[in-house]
Design a protein around this ligand. Structure first.
Ligand code: ZN
Length: 212
């Protein structure tokens, strides 16, 4: 079954959203995932746990992470907007949950992109990356590359961080070392979250939730 992370890539905003997993309400609706009472598991590549549970009620699509103790930790709740069709039934959309500069977006969209931290519509992805024109993944790697070069090493995050160059203060080195490691860890966590193609439903059960 194709994941709801599949979909066409945008070319004009390639830097911002290319490679980001995408929840597509059209695909999800076809898969029955947005039906009130549907719940199941999603393969959601993250740094440590890859299994994420979801459940849908009339108004929300919610994602939970299953902890070691069996408890579910709430991750994201996405508002579903159901628009009646002319010939009966309804079509489901998402309401963009993104808040930028204190203002909630709330656009009604079919696709939400996940940037490793939150879900955003196409417009919000553009807004939040407009200044950088690159995603958090490449930003982190660029930062660590710069430090590695400054320490006299190659730009590979697969190699150990180079030792302190002659003449560099220990304090400076410790700061750069920490920053380099942090940036690479963030990039790694993001790449685990956004690669491969995104969330994929591996199991669904259409059981009615308690009515309410
Ligand atoms: Zn938005």
């Amino acid at each position: 079954m194709g994941g709801f992370g599949s979909g066409r890539r945008s070319h004009n905003r390639r830097n911002a959203i290319d490679g980001l997993p995408c929840l597509d309400s059209n695909i999800m609706q076809r898969q029955g995932v947005l039906v009130n009472g549907c719940h199941g598991s999603v393969e959601w590549p993250r740094s440590t746990r890859s299994l994420v549970k979801f459940c849908t009620d009339d108004q929300r699509f919610r994602l939970f992470e299953q902890g070691d103790n069996g408890q579910h930790r709430f991750l994201h709740g996405l508002l579903i907007v159901r628009v009646p069709c002319r010939y009966g039934g309804s079509r489901a959309y998402f309401s963009c949950p993104c808040v930028i500069g204190g203002k909630a977006c709330g656009r009604r969209v079919a696709k939400l992109y996940y940037d490793g931290d939150q879900f955003l519509c196409r417009q919000c992805t553009g807004l939040s990356y407009r200044c950088q024109s690159e995603g958090p993944f490449s930003r982190n790697l660029r930062r660590s590359d710069k430090i590695r070069l400054r320490l006299g090493g190659p730009r590979s995050s697969l190699e150990p961080i180079p030792p302190r160059p002659k003449g560099m203060w220990l304090r400076t080195y410790v700061r750069l070392y920490d920053e380099c490691r942090r940036s690479e860890q963030s990039a790694k966590a993001i790449s685990a979250a956004i690669l491969p193609s995104g969330p994929k439903i591996i199991e669904t059960r259409a059981r009615r939730l308690k009515s309410g």
